[in-house]
Structures are given as C-alpha cells and as structure tokens.
Write a protein that binds this ligand. Structure first.
Ligand code: PEP
Ligand code: MG
Length: 836
C-alpha cells in the first residue's frame, strides 16, 4: 500500500486533516505521515522534516506528498533533492484536504501511486458539481468488462444523501472484489462513474430520495451489487442514521428482561421459582460486598409542579430554560464520564444518544414558539417533550416505542434542573429497591443516602454493579421482579458478599445480620487502620494491592484508601461524552494529574478500550452483528492508528517524569502486540523507557502467554471479559448471567494457564474477581503477583492477603480445578478458610 505525507505550515491543520481522512477510511489504515509546522505551535515548513516523513511513510509502494502552499511546496521539492528514495515519490497539486481524503480512501482500497494521485487531483469534482460547476458527464471511458453485467438500483435514504462519509463507506465495501462497478444518479440523469472513486461518487450529487443506478461486470459482479444494495439498506452504516434506536435500547433493559419469577421465603433467604426461559438464573446474585440493613426505598419519579403562568418575559423564560438545558447537558456528560471511567463504555454511549435528543432542533423550536406565545418555559418544555414521548409510544414498532422512556428521562432531567428538584428520588435513606439502574442513576449513587441496593434485574458484571462496588455500596442483583413489591419502608437486610436477601426478617435472622454487620464493620476498621501498610502473606510474600481508577476523583480516593499503585487506569473516561478526541496536550495533562495524585506510585495506563458496541462519535465504525466479538480494544486502536499514536505520545511524555506503564486491552495475537509496541517505539523519546503490558481477556491469549511473555513486561488478567469470552456469555446479558461466573473451574484453569505460561513475567488480576475474598486465595495459589481492585476494596483485599499462606493456597487451587461448579469452588474455599 502506498504511503502519504502531508506537508503544511500548521501542525494542527495537518493533524486535523489526517484525523478527518482516517475517519473516511474503512478497514486497513493507510500510513500517513505529517511534516508540518516548525513545532506544534509555530507555523513553517522544514525540508529535512519532509524528507524524514517521506522516509517514514515509504512502505515500498511509493509515496504521495500533499502540500498546502508556498514554502510547503518548496520544502517538499527540496526534500526530494535531499533524499535518495529507492521508491517513487510524487508531489501532488491536489487541494490538501479533499486530495488527502480521496488519496487515503483510494489507497486503502488498493489503488497504486498513479491511481491515488489521480483520485487526489480529481478531488474537487464533487464540490464543483455541487456548487454549480460543470456536470462531469461521460468523464470516464467505459470500462473493459468481462463476464455478465449485473444491474440494479436503489434509493438513498440518508438525510444528507451520499456525502463523503457514506460514499467512502461504499468505496470500502467494494474493496477486494474483482468487479468493475459503475454508478449514476438516475434522478439527475448523470453519466456513470466508477464505484471505486470517492471523488466521482461525491460528484454525482446524490441527495436523500435520489435514485441511483448501479451496474457491475466481472467475476464478483453479483457480490458487488449485493453488497452495495445491503449497504444502502443499512443507510451506509452512517452513525446516528437509523441507529439511534439501537443505541438507546441499552438504556431500557427493564423492558427487555421482564420474566416471570417469584421469590419464596426460605429462612430469610430468597430463592427463585423460575417460570421462563431464564431457567439457568439462580439470583439474587452477590454484586457488591458488605452487609446493609435498612428500610426499603423505591425509586420514584419526581412530581413536577408546572407553573401556570410565566415568571418573566418570554426572553427571560427562554434564557432560564436554556440555562437548564445547559445544566442537563453538563450532567449528562459527567454521568457519561463517570460510567465510562468504571468501564461502562457501552452504557456511556447511551448518554451520547441523550445528548442527541437534547439537541433535537424541531423540539427546541416548538418549545421556543410556545414560550414566545406566553407560556412558562417549564410548561412549554414539558408539553412538547411529553407529546414527543406519547407519539413514540403509538408507533407499531416495539423497539421505537421503548424510546419513549429515553425522551421522558431527558425531559425530566431538564425540568429538574429548571425547577430545582431531583428527577428521581427516594424518600429518606435506606435500601434502594429498583428494577434496574440506568447508568445515570448508578453513576450518581450517594452512599450517605443509599445504604444498600437490591435490583430485580442486572448481573454482577454489569456496570451498575461495578459502580456500586466503586462507591462501596453493598448490593445484590438479579433478585427477580417480586422485590419490586416489597412495601416501602419494610426492613430489608442484604449480604452483598453472598447474595443473601431477607425481607422483613424475623428477629433471629435480623439479629444474625446485625451481628455480622457489626463484625464486618470491626474488620473494616482494622483493615482500614493497616491499609497503608504493604500486604504481606503469612509466608512473607509482598502482594502489591492496586486500584482500578476511572477519574481523578477515583485516584485521590485510591491513594487515601491505601492503594500501592494503580493497576488499571481506564482512560476511556477521557474519550467519552465529547465530539472530538482529546488532544495530545489534554491527555498529557490528565495523565500527569493522575500520576501526581498517585505521588510517585506506579500507574498503569490502559490504552483506549472501546469498540463496536460502544462507538465514539468522532470515529466512523462499521455496525457489527456481534460487537463484543468485533472491533474492540486494541483491535480498534490499531485500526485507527492516529488515535492510538496520539494517546501513546501523551503517555510517553508523562512517562518521562513519572513511573508509568502502558497496557493494551483485548489482545488476541502476538502480531497485535508487535504492532502496538512498534507504534510505541515510534513515539518514544530517546532516554525514556516504560514497561509494556497486555490485558489477558481473550481465551486465545490466555492459552499462549508462554509466547506472549517474550513480548511484554507484565500481564494483567481482565477477568470480567475473560469470563465473558470463556463462558460465551455477553457481559450485559442478565438472562444468562448465572453462567458467567469467574469462579467457574473452567475460568480458573485459564487463569492458571496464564500464570504458568507467564513464567517470571508478573501477572496481575484487575477484573472484579481480584476483590472477591473467596477468589483471593485461589489467585495467589495460582501464582498471581498483584491484585487491582476498586478503591473501596483496597483495605479489605490487603487484609485478606495477610491471612494467607501461598503454599496452602496452591494446594487449594489444585482442588478447585476439579470442582464441578463455581458453587462447589465457593464451598471449598469457605470450608478451607472457615468463612461463613
Ligand atoms: C476486565 O475485563 O476484567 C477489565 C478489568 O476491563 P473492563 O472491565 O474495563 O472491561
Ligand atoms: Mg475488559
């Protein structure tokens, strides 16, 4: 594949152009190097830098150089004189932005240097046509054809027509096919153009509703036409087009998993009488350790008192409403960051959809008109948004009907801000009882008010559970719909370590819970007192206990809680809830603040871990049938190398002054590690070194740590994902949650395989399992060297480590491998450790 160099006076302009081009390219990324500015802030061009960039972009198939103006051209010419490239280098007269996009898309599609250069030079055709310039009829000679000719036509339904992004998607779809594809705009009676030319397709001026003719010849003609028709039916996978409903769906798990389960009382413990497909469920599941006792508190929507008359002039009413919308937007963004920081990137994506709703211009305009007609802002807002929700509920499609809940959620968030009340509340403090928690609710839990949580739905690895753990609130989940009938104020006792739940317990059961809660508090106090000491096993082994953090606040809490380091910084929090990727400078600043908060203790920065199930608005990702098995973690980072390269640039800057390690998520192959390390090496300044690790989350990686160990400095097992992939149970799917138990002997054997394969390479565990008191002996027994847990779990984890002898743990682990089930493993450890 050819390489491309962008020469510009401005570093930021060149970078932005490269990011834009990368968004248009689907699949393999083209190597694009930048020689721009004298430094990041000073305008200018430098022939030596251009020569270096050409060298770096040269993959052996030639290099196309795009320049802005004046001295950029002179520097590029001088660079060619300075260097002695064995391969062809071509300077292009194309406009820098359009040319770069056209060249990158065609190069990714396999175009050679001449073809990519021609594409770049034709890049203004689309704009010319649109702005009334010449219609490029019969611009291309008809292609040579072989085989049958297939013809079809489709109507473009994308609101903005076949603009650059969907057109780029179309070109990508045809890549690798042996077919000559031609397209014409039937509506405007244009001449046919090549389906492989982004510039020519864009020049067709295809708008929403236009009909497009497509013909194909050659061996793959039929596949080519099928693919284009399927793509058109999917609206060219354009984010936000016909997709919002999918994304919003995540928010509404309550409507998806309503199964008929009853609870029956059994000595204070509830067991499920299951009457549906969810026959494998055996909730309530333990989700966040700790004992909580208190009155049941159901979540209920706030009742808003809407003013009959405006309090001020229409201008003032509108201003107040705009202020409330801004507050709601800020709150939604913050929730997104918080949830993303706890690993809930998919949930965070829901907030993107909420932000889209908030910006719905039609609704905003309708509200504006009501206010101008003399209505109070709150009343106008409530009226229009309620009507929108009702309209959704009338739709025949169940999927779309369920979106009404999202509209109401956003409506209420703005009303709450406007009227100064909480959108959803519980009356008084106690045990929160709910069907499930939305990410916003989970993100905003206040431990001072919510002593414990009981959810009818949910699974222990769902992010609402992780958030409960991060806040140290005891929780049981998947308890079944009967808990929703618990009377408001009824006494609820729960043990978040075992999943035990008692409603209106008799005095003996209540006394038992109370005694155990007191013991636990006492143990907690003792653990907290020693939290800042190292965790040393009885046989003298030091086990660093680290914290998983997803924000600066987490970092501060972690250090206060006694964390020896951060074993996992979920950097996603910096990338979510925004329209553009954070700049290198912004990332550097945040990573620096995190490192400073840890005051000289090591932090392990995990590179961006998002994927097909959790799209970022600023990268165009294909829609995937099985996103959890798709372009996630490191796979995605390697597909968008600019994103990863920028992140690594920021990380190495901080690594120059602080103890920092970098860790790549969701690794499957050695080649991926090689590629990621290669990129790191490219940006690593002379004299800076840092440890490089990978997360072991894919069973194929777990099984080959022997070879992976040659390429990394440490491993960290992500048991949340490893369990998901080993058990073939999607992490957020509570219907099959019971099958995804990290203490399943099959998962334990994978962890053991990692430890044995790693040899002398350290193995941490940073999944939720690391904080499970029943798992800790097994993990140390298998040879895990570090545990990384949510900040509130640091002290207890250290205390658990101090009680263990590793030889005895090893013997226990061997016995666990031959257990039949996770339940048997728990019983085994309980018996051995004499735990209740
Ligand atoms: C894991 O998968 O165990 C892990 C720690 O990563 P995350 O929860 O962020 O996916
Ligand atoms: Mg993971």
């Amino acid at each position: 594949m050819i390489g491309i160099v962008v020469v510009s006076h401005s570093h930021s302009l060149a970078r932005a152009a490269v990011t834009l081009a990368a968004e248009m390219v689907h699949g393999p990324q083209v190597r694009i190097e930048v020689a721009a500015g004298l430094d990041e802030h000073t305008f200018g061009t430098d022939a030596v830098a251009v020569a270096e960039a050409i060298g770096a972009a040269d993959t052996g198939d030639g290099v196309l150089v795009l320049m802005d103006l004046g001295s950029a051209v002179l520097s590029a010419e001088l660079a060619l004189e300075l260097m002695d490239s064995p391969h062809e280098v071509r300077l292009s007269a194309a406009p820098i932005i359009e040319g770069l996009i056209a060249a990158a898309v065609s190069a990714a599609g396999g175009a050679d240097l001449g073809e990519a250069a021609a594409e770049a030079e034709n890049a203004l055709l689309g704009k010319r046509t649109q702005l009334g310039g010449e219609q490029e009829r019969a611009a291309e000679p008809p292609p040579e054809s072989s085989g049958d000719r297939i013809a079809a036509h489709f109507v473009v339904t994308n609101p903005h027509g076949l603009h650059a992004r969907p057109a780029a998607r179309l070109v990508a779809e045809l890549r690798g096919l042996d077919a000559e594809v031609r397209m014409r705009n039937r509506t405007t009676d244009s001449a046919p153009v090549s389906g492989r030319s982004l510039s020519r397709i864009a020049a067709l001026g295809i708008l929403a509703g236009h009909e497009v003719d497509i013909t194909a010849t050659g061996p793959d003609a039929s596949t080519a036409v099928d693919r284009v028709l399927a793509l058109a039916a999917r609206e060219f996978d354009e984010a936000g087009v016909g997709e919002t409903a999918d994304r919003l769906d995540v928010a509404d798990s309550s409507s998806r998993h309503a199964f008929g389960r009853d609870l029956t009382e059994d000595s204070g413990q509830k067991h499920a009488g299951i009457t549906s497909v969810a026959a494998s469920r055996s909730g309530p599941f333990p989700a966040s350790t700790g004992i909580a006792i208190g009155p049941a508190r159901h979540l209920h929507a706030a009742e808003f008192e809407l003013p009959e008359h405006p309090a001020g002039s229409p201008g003032e009413e509108q201003e107040r409403l705009d202020g409330a919308i801004a507050l709601a937007r800020k709150a939604i963004r913050e929730s997104s960051t918080r949830v993303g920081g706890a690993g809930g990137v998919a949930e965070a994506e829901i907030f993107q959809a909420h932000l889209l709703l908030l910006d719905d211009e039609d609704l905003r305009e309708a509200v504006r008109r009501r206010i101008a007609d003399g209505q109070a802002g709150a009343t106008a807002w409530a009226h229009e948004w309620s009507a929108a929700a009702t309209a959704l509920e009338r739709l025949p499609d169940e999927y779309q009907r369920a979106r009404a809940a999202d509209v109401r959620a956003v409506r209420d968030q703005v009303l709450a801000a406007l009227l100064g009340v909480d959108a959803e509340t519980i009356d008084g403090s106690g045990i929160l009882v709910a069907a499930d928690l939305t990410p916003a609710q989970a993100a905003n839990l206040d431990p001072a008010v919510v002593a414990g949580i009981v959810l009818a739905q949910g699974s222990p690895t769902a992010h609402s559970a992780i958030l409960a753990r991060t806040r140290g609130i005891p929780a049981v989940v998947g308890a079944g719909p009967a808990v929703l009938d618990i009377a408001e104020g009824a006494t609820v006792a729960l043990d978040g370590a075992t999943g035990r739940l008692a409603i209106d317990p008799d005095p003996a059961v209540l006394a038992e819970f109370t005694t155990r809660a007191a013991e636990q508090r006492e143990r907690g106090r003792a653990a907290a007192a020693a939290a800042h000491e190292p965790a040393v096993t009885m046989d003298g082994g030091i086990v660093p206990v680290a914290a998983n953090v997803g924000s600066l606040a987490d970092a501060t809490a972690a250090v206060r809680a006694g964390a020896d380091l951060s074993g996992l910084v979920r950097t996603e929090f910096l990338f979510l809830g925004r329209e553009h990727a954070p700049s290198v400078d912004e990332q550097e600043q945040t990573y620096r603040q995190l490192a400073e908060a840890f005051g000289g203790r090591r932090i392990v920065l995990r590179t961006l871990d998002v994927g097909g199930d959790k799209p970022l608005p600023y990268i165009a990702q294909p829609r995937e049938a099985n996103p959890f098995l798709g372009l996630r973690g490191l796979r995605l980072a390697l597909a968008y190398p600019e994103l990863l390269r920028d992140q690594l640039r920021a990380i190495v800057r901080v690594a120059a002054d602080h103890p920092v390690s970098v860790m790549f998520p969701m690794v499957t192959t050695v080649d991926e590690v090689r590629a990621a390390r290669g990129m790191l090496e490219e940006v690593l300044p002379h004299g800076v070194s840092l440890d490089v690790g990978i997360m072991v989350e894919v069973p194929a990686a777990a099984a080959k740590t022997t070879v992976l160990a040659e390429h990394v400095d440490f491993f960290s097992i992500g048991t949340n994902d490893l369990t998901q992939y080993a058990a073939a149970v999607e992490r957020g799917n509570d219907t099959v949650a019971a099958l995804a138990d990290p203490l399943d002997p099959g998962v334990l054997r994978l962890i053991d395989l990692v430890c044995r394969g790693a040899g002398a390479t350290p193995v941490a565990v940073c999944g939720e399992l690391a904080a499970d008191p029943l798992a800790i002996p097994l993990l140390l027994g298998m040879g895990v060297t570090e545990l990384s847990v949510a900040p509130p779990a640091v002290a207890a984890t250290k205390a658990a480590v101090r009680n263990l002898d590793r030889a005895r743990c090893s013997a226990l682990a061997v016995r666990a491998f031959v257990c039949e089930s996770a339940t048997d493993v728990r019983a085994l450890v309980r018996a051995d450790r004499r735990l209740p």
